[in-house]
Structures are given as C-alpha cells and as structure tokens.
Write a protein that binds this ligand. Structure first.
Ligand SMILES: [Zn+2]
Length: 223
C-alpha cells in the first residue's frame, strides 16, 4: 500500500454529485432503509470518467494490495468509508472517498468494515510510510510503533494474507539475488535504473521501490 496523489474530480461527479446525494438520502429516508433503495439511486458513481481517473490515479494498481487490476480480475470502485453505513451515506458520490481496488480486496476483505476509533489509512491522504513499513525479509507489513490505524489497515484489507506475503517474499528474494549477480559484474546501478523504469508495470510497485532503494544503498556502501 502506498500514497498516491489525488487527481482533480471527474466532471460527472463535479456536475451531479450534489443532486445524486440528495436523491439518495431522500430515498433512504422515504423507505427508512438503505437496503430497500433501488440500485439506480446508489450506483451513480459508476461513471466512465470516474473509473478512468481512478485507474490513472492508481496507475492501474489496487489501492490496498497494489496488484495490477484488470489483467485477471475486474477493477472495482472502492468506497473507503463504506457507502452502506448510515454515517457515510452522504459520501457515496464524494470524490475524496473513491479509490481503485481489485475484486479480492474489495469483496473478500475490506467490504463494509470500518473502525471509528482507529480508521483505515487513506492512500490518497495519509503518508502510508509513516504508519507502517514493508519487511523485505518476511514480505509482511508491520505497523510502526504499535500504530493502531496501521493495524486496522492490515486487518481490514488482508494486507498480510498468505498469498500476498508469499508473492512479495518471492519477488524480494529473486530481486536481491539478481541484483547481486549484476553487482558482481559491476552493473548494479544499471540494474536498479532498469527496474525503476519497469516498476509501475508490475504488481506491488512500492515493493520494487523499496528493493531498488535497498540495492542502491548496498551499492553506495560498496564504493
Ligand atoms: Zn487488492
């Protein structure tokens, strides 16, 4: 999970979100239930420009696990503050609440979970690296200094699920091995430069970023 810069609000939301929100709240109020409200009132956020902007903002990666979305799974528009919780009905079409997510993180992990005391980190707002770090040796995310919001984030998104931890560890072992081979031939820096260009096309780009950083440190220490 990594920090991204939020792009400007897409035109569909800018022009219509106030009206859509008002209509949705009226319907919930009229029916005294969110579940009974027809999907046509709930799904206005599913606009092409919203999807396109979120995809661009997250360079096609899932906002939580950072896998590339769209190759073997559909991307989902994620509401960080769950749209089905009464406290957050008004954020159903709020640009600041929308993110880009893989199906697994969206439907099997995050779902409508929310911790009001220690809310999940927001990748478009919070400096993720100040709350938790990725252990390159284990492949696991660890909270920095017993940080409760980082704990919530790891729990709610399944960021340390076995499949992700194994994949990250596999990549790290392979990467460091390849780096050493290149470093022995004197082209460790070229290896890092090449991966720096490739990382945004890979699953887990922040893992690559940290691996490159580590290798550049090793290179500097060897000089
Ligand atoms: Zn994901």
């Amino acid at each position: 999970m990594r920090k991204v810069k939020r792009l400007p609000q897409p035109a569909s939301l800018r022009d219509h979100s106030d009206r859509w929100t008002k209509e949705l709240l009226n319907e919930i109020n009229r029916l005294k239930s969110y579940a009974k409200v027809d999907d046509q009132f709930k799904n206005h956020y599913r606009q092409e420009d919203v999807r396109d902007t979120l995809e661009k903002m997250y360079t096609r990666h899932c906002c939580y696990c950072e896998s590339v979305v769209g190759t073997s799974s559909y991307g989902r528009i994620e509401h960080l503050k769950p749209k089905s919780l009464p406290q957050f009905y008004q954020y159903a079409f709020a640009w600041d609440n929308l993110h880009w997510c893989c199906e697994i993180c969206n439907t099997s992990y995050k779902k409508a979970k929310w911790n009001f005391q220690y809310p999940i980190l927001d990748p478009s707002r919070d400096e993720i690296d100040q709350f938790m770090c990725l252990n390159l040796a284990t492949g696991e995310y660890e909270e920095i200094g017993d940080n409760r919001r980082a704990q919530t984030t790891i729990e709610h998104t399944g960021l340390n699920r076995e499949s992700l931890v194994k994949a990250r560890r596999r990549i790290a072992i392979r990467f460091l091995k390849d780096y050493k081979a290149h470093q022995n031939c004197g082209d460790g820096r070229a290896f890092c430069r090449e991966w720096d260009l490739l990382k945004e096309d890979m699953d887990y780009p922040s893992l690559y970023e940290k691996l490159i950083e580590r290798c550049l440190q090793l290179t500097a220490n060897n000089l």
